[in-house]
Design a protein around this ligand. Sequence first.
Ligand SMILES: Nc1ncnc2c1ncn2[C@@H]1O[C@H](COP(=O)(O)OP(=O)(O)OP(=O)(O)O)[C@@H](O)[C@H]1O
Length: 244
Amino acid sequence: MENEAAVRMVGARKVYGSGETEVKALDGVDLSIGRGRFTAVMGPSGAGKSTLMHCAAGLDPLSGGQVFVGKVELGELTERQLTVLRRERLGFVFQAFNLLPTLPAIDNIVLPLTLGGRRPDPGWLTAVVDAVGLGDRLRHRPSELSGGQQQRVAIARALVTRPEVVFADEPTGALDSRTGEEILAFLREAVTELGRTVVMVTHEPTAAAYADEAVFLVDGRVDDVMAGPAADKVLDRMKALGER
Ligand SMILES: Nc1ncnc2c1ncn2[C@@H]1O[C@H](COP(=O)(O)OP(=O)(O)OP(=O)(O)O)[C@@H](O)[C@H]1O
């Protein structure tokens, strides 16, 4: 189906702890993330952004409600099926690049294929490797690359399986602002040029401005979805949330 959401949450709840220490990290989230879109997830500290990402990506089970990746409801899968779904249909980018230090960049990029026993689609691999723009540095190990280059490798690794959704958790958090902008432009390119779907958790209004939509979470609920989230509009929204 053309307009099927890449990720959909229906009445999603996530509760940590119980009794006096109970925290409702997600408190009835209804959300549809469009295919081929770049979505930023924003909100104050503790609003539930990381929890939303972990539950949407099948890293953590919901306490109630449903989450779908395409047509598949994650709550119906076994641990093993979830592992396969994450490996074959999702990509992940973290703040701390998480590359394997002993492997050259190119081997880090194709690792998800190697682990899954799959051969790279040559056309796609070329497109991804070209987009990374590392040239002969592809043979270098992570320690011989800058932070920005390492994150580009991590994004290429997330893209190499042609995933339905790439989840990025504060992908520029460990980078200076100029390098961060390069990484955001690369994620934007993954959506616009390579047709992927990206969901990014961020604190930064300037990062959200690269996205097509910004979802604002407050106290485990979706407060607002902003289209065309220009940095000044996002900043105003964040200030208003802080003052409530
Ligand atoms: N494993 C856990 N056990 C108990 N409580 C948790 C756990 N993980 C998160 N929480 C709580 O759930 C709520 C939401 O946390 P979450 O990390 O999703 O927020 P966030 O919006 O990503 O915050 P930040 O911007 O600070 O990273 C917080 O109150 C947090 O303390």
